[in-house]
Design a protein around this ligand. Structure first.
Ligand SMILES: Cc1cc2nc3c(=O)[nH]c(=O)nc-3n(C[C@H](O)[C@H](O)[C@H](O)COP(=O)(O)O)c2cc1C
Length: 378
């Protein structure tokens, strides 16, 4: 008689399984903070579903025996068109926090954008990468009311070797994530906004009553500059030698304004459905934004994030004009499950799916991932 061998613990086979496993590991407060979206979480759902509705019109009888997923972003080489989106507070997922994430990205050849709101200082994150790492390391900026703080962050990012600045513009207020409000989200003892150490702005305690319960929304409301306009983008571009990208764009006219006011490109993003609920899915606005921007400057950089969970999502994003994608939550799921190894596993799944999709689409390299692969209406 045949005896079935006992089930061995298997690694998640895709990002959805990774998410399900991670959700079981995390504390309720961390889980809700990572997974949640603003208000009814409509945009959060749309982001994911919009990629699913795009069909891939694959080519056949192309030699795909050698596939190369490498490309360049802002002139920097990258082994695959994937970067880790800026996400706050990695230590809520794993004690190694951003150190583990940065090492995993470096090992996979993926880029990383560090959040202003990290639980590890940007100097320590940069120093944790092997010195020969070529993959991009960028810094995401929130502008504090106290401009001296913002200037200081920019100078520190430059000195630590970060190669670009990503100015997030969709967070004049924090969109209310009702799960966080109910949990009265706060950083646990011993965790701080590490980049703000010594400024009196590193602590993040709970918020107030009702919908104002999240400590993060209280922090943002009291510290970040709600008066930001296009002229402040010019100010930023003027105080740094680094290229500046603007993150949080969903309209072609805003994308073109960003170029006009000194940005080298944009991240088409709605903050993973965490800011304005019922904002459009990014997959639905990417193509018109990319067309408008390349019409002005062929060499500008268009990036997209929101709901990217499959290799085929990456192919669709590149076909519609993105130079790379960002993945947000999946890095946190990987981190929660296995620290650095967990994030590396997440990236290896995406890489394998991307290579499979390239083979089946008849695309031996990134340059052959062109607009005709997706529905003409896109
Ligand atoms: C837990 C969490 C924290 C985030 N923190 C930041 C942040 O500090 N700065 C920022 O620009 N975007 C932040 N984002 C938005 C991400 O950069 C990105 O736009 C979004 O997560 C992409 O969607 P996805 O999670 O579906 O991949 C955060 C997102 C999540 C889920």
């Amino acid at each position: 008689m045949h005896h079935a061998s006992p089930p061995s613990p298997t690694l998640p086979i895709n990002l959805a399984e990774l998410e399900a496993a991670a959700l079981q590991r995390l504390s309720p407060m961390a889980r809700d903070y990572y997974a949640g979206g603003a208000r009814d979480e409509i945009t959060l759902g749309w982001n994911r579903r919009a990629w699913d509705t795009i069909r891939l019109h694959y080519r056949v009888l192309v030699d795909v025996s050698n596939r190369d997923p490498s490309t360049t972003v802002l002139g920097q080489p990258i082994a695959l068109p994937v970067m880790l989106a800026p996400t706050a507070f990695h230590k809520l997922a794993h004690p190694d926090g951003e150190i583990a994430t940065a090492r995993a990205a470096a090992a996979a050849g993926a880029g990383m954008i560090c959040s202003t709101l990290g639980t590890v200082a940007i100097e320590d994150i940069a120093a944790a990468r092997p010195p020969e790492t070529a993959a991009p390391l960028w810094f995401q900026l929130y502008v504090y009311r106290d401009r001296a703080i913002t200037r200081g962050l920019v100078e520190r990012a430059e000195a630590a070797g970060y190669q670009a600045l990503v100015l997030t513009v969709d967070a004049a207020e924090i969109g209310t994530r009702e799960r966080d409000a109910k949990n009265r989200f706060a950083l646990p003892d011993g965790m701080t906004v590490a980049n703000l150490a010594g400024t009196g702005k590193a602590a993040l305690g709970p918020g107030g009553d009702g919908a104002a319960g999240s400590g993060l929304s209280a922090y943002v409301r009291s510290q970040l500059d709600q008066s930001l306009t296009w002229s402040d983008l010019e100010w930023l571009a003027g105080i740094t030698s680094l290229p500046v990208l603007v993150k949080g764009i969903v309209r072609p006219d805003d994308a073109c304004r960003a170029l006009k006011h000194g940005a080298r490109g944009v991240v088409v993003s709605n903050h993973g459905g965490r800011q304005l609920d019922t904002a459009p899915a990014t997959a639905d606005v990417l193509r018109p934004i990319a067309d408008a921007m390349y019409g002005i400057d062929e060499s500008c950089t268009v990036i997209v994030d929101g709901g990217i969970r499959r290799g085929t999502d990456i192919i669709k994003a590149l076909a519609m004009g993105a130079r790379t994608v960002l993945v947000g939550r999946p890095q946190l799921w990987g981190l929660a499950l296995g620290g650095q190894a967990g994030v590396e596993h997440m990236l290896s799944l995406l890489r394998a799916e991307l290579l499979e999709g390239m083979a089946l689409c008849g695309c031996p390299d990134v340059a052959s991932i062109t607009g005709d692969l997706v529905d003409a209406a896109r």
